[in-house]
Ligand binder design. Structure first.
Ligand SMILES: Nc1nc2c(ncn2[C@@H]2O[C@H](COP(=O)(O)OP(=O)(O)O[C@H]3O[C@H](CO)[C@@H](O)[C@H](O)[C@@H]3O)[C@@H](O)[C@H]2O)c(=O)[nH]1
Length: 310
């Protein structure tokens, strides 16, 4: 929402208790239309997806339905409720704005480094392919109907709230468990993969900035610094005063059928046009996550945060 003075804020608060849209609703055009009708939002942020890349090989069709077709259904819901058609374009001041969570996974086997808004896509997983569809259909609705629809091509963004299946949290939880005597080893896959990791809070700020901007455009959001999984492991174990090589075990079951070897953002457009800059460095992010997991696990059996399943 664009501020407290906005009359929709009160209405949204009133409805928020009984309207919950989950990723599963992205399969159902009707429930999206009825949610848009009832909430009458100023802004819609589509962050719903099957977002864990390995799962997308096991559930390829579901991933296409939720992660790929979901944005189309959301855009259609906004278009239908707003009465937009080829012959009736929206009033730019009064229309519902749409944000699509596009992903750096679309770059996949990268054609150039760093990656910017014009870098061609070569996705390497059913997830990446589905995200590419979501990206292009968002662009298409903007170009076809004049809708305010934007995509943020976000590189990996992390925080202490990250799911334990993703590598950052798996590592920070693993280091904390070993430090507290709850485990002795951490099993991982490809340590050579490189990612551009940033703090999720900084990226949420970027999502909002591009959605309330004067013109609808797509932006790459990342730090511009790439790190290996190996370096991430070393940093997390250094934070708890342990040598990672004494504890990390390579397990091929965590390798992917097709890997994305290297991602690194060129966030120049977001910096110059939106004035967006990340505040939290990679080192601060890792320390924040390790410290949070030490606190979380202290005094627990650690069983509910085991890391061997993913
Ligand atoms: N999850 C996981 N990844 C591992 C492991 N060992 C090595 N890795 C490597 O760590 C890298 C990062 O994996 P994830 O943290 O699972 O994230 P991701 O595949 O890069 O995808 C995330 O970022 C995308 C943005 O680029 C998001 O779009 C996606 O939803 C997800 O959040 C991959 O190259 C993966 O092979 C492991 O045990 N578990």
């Amino acid at each position: 929402m664009r501020g407290q003075a906005n009359p929709h804020v009160a209405r949204l608060r009133k409805h928020i208790g009984d309207i919950k849209i989950t990723a599963g609703d992205l399969l159902d055009q009707g429930s999206l239309i009825s949610a848009v009708e009832r909430v009458q939002p100023d802004e819609v942020y589509n962050l719903g997806a099957i977002s864990f890349v390995p799962l997308s090989w096991q559930q390829a069709e579901l991933t296409a339905g939720v992660t790929g077709m979901g944005p189309l259904r959301m855009l259609e819901a906004i278009r239908v409720v707003s009465g937009i058609s080829q012959s009736r374009t929206p009033d730019p001041r009064a229309q519902i704005r749409f944000y699509q969570a596009s992903s750096s996974e679309m770059f996949g086997q990268v054609r150039e480094t760093p990656q910017n808004e014009l870098t061609p896509f070569h996705p390497r997983s059913p997830y990446g392919v589905a995200k590419a569809y979501g990206h292009f259909i968002t662009q298409n609705f903007r170009e076809s109907y004049g809708m305010f629809a934007v995509s943020g091509i976000l590189f990996n963004h992390e925080s202490p709230r990250r799911g334990p299946e993703f590598v950052t949290r798996k590592i920070t939880l693993g280091a904390a468990r070993i430090k507290l005597g709850l485990a002795t080893e951490l099993r991982l896959g490809n340590l050579d993969a490189r990612r551009d990791w940033g703090f999720a809070g900084d990226y949420a700020r970027a999502m909002h900035m591009m959605t309330v901007a004067d013109t609808p455009e797509d932006y790459v959001i990342g730090t511009g610094v790439t790190q290996s999984v190996r370096h991430l492991v070393k940093l997390a174990f250094d934070t708890v005063g342990l040598n990672w090589e004494d504890h990390v075990v390579l397990d091929p079951k965590y390798n992917r059928p097709a890997e994305v070897d290297l991602l690194c953002a060129d966030p120049k457009k977001a910096r110059e046009q939106l004035g967006w800059e990340p505040d939290v460095t990679f080192e601060e992010l890792v320390a924040m996550m390790v410290e949070s997991d030490l606190k979380l696990l202290d005094g627990s059996s650690g069983e509910e945060f085991g890391t061997d399943h993913w």
